[in-house]
Structures are given as structure tokens and as C-alpha cells.
Design a protein around this ligand. Sequence first.
Ligand SMILES: Cc1cc2nc3c(=O)[nH]c(=O)nc-3n(C[C@H](O)[C@H](O)[C@H](O)COP(=O)(O)OP(=O)(O)OC[C@H]3O[C@@H](n4cnc5c(N)ncnc54)[C@H](O)[C@@H]3O)c2cc1C
Length: 417
Amino acid sequence: MTSKNWSGNYEYRATKIESPGSIEELQHVVSASDRIKALGSRHSFNDVADSPATQVSLTRLPAIFEVDADSRTVTVGGGLRFGEFAQRLSDGGWALHNLASLPHISVAGAIATGTHGSGDRNGTLPTAVAALEFVTATGESRRLVRGDTGFDGAVVSLGALGVVTAVSLDIEPTFDVRQDVFENLGWAELREHFDEITSSAYSVSVFTLWGDVGGTTVWLKSRLDGDTTAADRDDLFGAVRQTTELHPLPGGPSANATQQSGVPGPWWDRLAHFRMGFTPSAGEELQTEYLVPREHAVAAIDAMRALGPAMAPYLLISEIRTMRADDLWLSPAYGHDTVGLHFTWTQEEAVFGLLPAIDAALAPFRGRPHWGKVFDIDSSRLDSLYPRLADFRGLAEQMDPSGKFRNAYLDRTIFAG
Ligand SMILES: Cc1cc2nc3c(=O)[nH]c(=O)nc-3n(C[C@H](O)[C@H](O)[C@H](O)COP(=O)(O)OP(=O)(O)OC[C@H]3O[C@@H](n4cnc5c(N)ncnc54)[C@H](O)[C@@H]3O)c2cc1C
């Protein structure tokens, strides 16, 4: 059996994929397996979702979608993709606080790796999790609710604690968003006005190729029920308002991207960059991202600019985003407001040769690699980057004493210490 991840750069080594049709069947599959790992929508770029034996997909489980207006939560099946329920949620009058760049990813898979969107005041996607339901190593179902012991460790779990069958997410009344794009932001302006730029809309993305002149584009996603002053401006610190529709990757098909040019639309059709039903990003690609404490944003950007010429032959686009601090043990934003420095690469072996230099350049700023993308880090540094990593290991050993959900990725990273 051969099966690959979404971008085709990684071939899973698992010898079997199970797709149970009911929770009872899933419980049986898990309890009967020696080694098993949940598989989401396969959008990670490394072996995080692989298993030495069996992968289990939730796509055949009955879909769960339950809104609870009193607790302001929606409970969805772990295997559901954001794009499969976001519009329905909105039609019912509700919204999630944020989305990643694409709605194609599964909820459980996204929260397992600490996936995030952007916005100075927006937490990562896992911060919206109010409760989780797992099938644990023994095949029993277990529910963890925000505030329970271990909950903060169990949300960003890398699939190491069990199979997440249902996730309750915080919701708020639905809102509309407009996207406005400004081109050719100068480096001096970005460095000098970094805080003003990232706070100038609800969600801000800075796209760049790290070159000396031009090519740096800012996407502002403004809530219509919030402050849209920035969206109404003609320029953004010298960057000029773009009037045609764009794709985040230079020259990419704008039809694949959510609408810009200041046209208002529902949150689910603006907060993501890419539209469901279309290929997001490039497709055949690699991705890397480092998350650095916000206080080091400008210094970390300078460090990446210095690597610009070395990265240029393989770089399709970079994106700079922000997120607020959280308390989730393995979250990229654990403990401090955070800036994400992201790289979309061509799918070439040479990219892996660049990864140690990126890691070394961001190490002084305590950069944390995105769990779902390609990176090269000395795992012995992870304990100092994640102060609760030892507690996470303890939680994993308690919930999965025989290491049923372990794989080569977890052995190499989390359990290497
Ligand atoms: C084009 C593209 C754009 C992206 N944009 C962003 C972005 O904007 N922001 C960002 O932060 N990341 C981004 N990513 C990365 C992506 O969000 C993560 O890799 C995410 O984990 C993918 O979710 P998935 O459902 O495909 O999970 P998979 O890759 O299938 O699995 C990831 C992890 O989740 C675990 N898992 C999956 N399902 C379950 C379950 N039911 N129970 C327990 N564990 C489970 C797996 O075991 C594995 O450890 C992007 C990726 C792509 C390909």
C-alpha cells in the first residue's frame, strides 16, 4: 500500500489505513491495534501523521455538527474540514474567531499541530477548543473540558494521546470581513511601523520574497463590526492599494483566492486566503514556519532577510503573521505573543539543505518550528522552547502507557529528551 500526504512530498510508511464507520468500530480498531495513528486531511508536510503499522481516518464516521447557543460552542466531528461546516455555521448566525490560510484541513488535524491564522488579538485555532472527545489507547471514550486537569496539554497533542472524535469550538455571532491589499511596502517602513501595521486590521498578513526592493504585500482583513479605518485608507505606510484580485503566490490564479478589493463577505469566505473547492497555495510544494516571540519580530525579520539570497532559488513566497499568547503546552504561541515567519518552497531536495541555517538564525530568538511543516532542529532544544514539554510527556505516558500512538516523528522530537 502506498499513500502520500496532500502535497505528495511524503509517502506514509503505514501498512494499513482503517476507516471505521462508527465510534464503536473505531474503539474496536484502536483497542485491537498495537500501533495506530489518526490521519486528518494529510496537509502536514512531514511524518507527524504516519504510523509504523496502522493509520485511522475518520472520514466515514457519521458527521457531527451541533450548535449550543447557550454555551456558545459548536461541536463537530474531528475529521470534519473547516470548509465543510463553516458556511452552515455562518448561515445559523455564528462564526469561529479565525481560520488558517485554507479551509481544507480537518479540525482535529489542525488543532493537533497548533495551526494558526493571523491577528494581534487572535489566538491560534486550538485556543477556540472548549472540549475534546478522545478514543484512548484502551478503546474507551474520554471527554476533556477546558479547565480539566491536563486539558491545556491535550489540545495540541500531535495525535499522541488518542483519536479525537469530536471537538467543541467557541463561537461568536457571525460577522463580515473585507480584504484590502497594499503592495510594495518598504523594509524601513515595516521595521519602523511593525506594530502599527500588524494592528491595522483584525487579521494581517505580510507576504514577501525578502528581496531588497518591492515585492512585499500586505493583506488586511478587517471586520465590518470593528475598526475598518485602515481598510479605507489609500496607502499603508507608502504601500499602494491594489485594485485587481491577487493570489498570495505571485502570479498564482486569483480565482483560487478569497475575494479582496474591499468587497465585504462572510468571515468564512475572507479569513482564509484560499477558497474551498480550489487548490490552495501551489500544490506541489514544501512549507516551513518558525514562530518567534513577538518582542523579537524585527530582529528575526532582519535575520531572514540576510538569508534571502540563499533562499531565493527555492522560495515561492513567505508570509509574516501574528497571534496572541496562549496557555496550551505545545502551542507555538505558548507563553508569549508570537510572530510566524512562514516559507512556501518549491518541492526540491535542496530545500532541506537550507533548514539548518534557518533554524540556527532563529535559535537566538527562541524560534519554535511549526509541528506540521518541514524543519531541522536538534531535539534536545525542544525542552527549553516548550517549558511544559516534560508535562506533556507525562500526560502521554499516562493516557497511552504502551506507546500505541507513538511514531518515528514523536520518538525523534517529543520523546527524544
Ligand atoms: C496549503 C497549506 C496551507 C497551510 N496553511 C497553514 C496556515 O495558514 N497556518 C498553519 O498554522 N498551518 C498551515 N498549514 C499546515 C496545516 O494546517 C497543518 O499541517 C495541519 O496539521 C493539517 O491538518 P490535517 O487535518 O491535514 O492533519 P494531518 O496532516 O493529517 O495530521 C496532522 C497531525 O494531526 C493528528 N491528527 C489528525 N487527525 C486527528 C484526530 N482525529 N485525532 C488525533 N490526532 C489527529 C495526526 O496524527 C498528526 O499528528 C498549511 C498546510 C498546507 C498544505
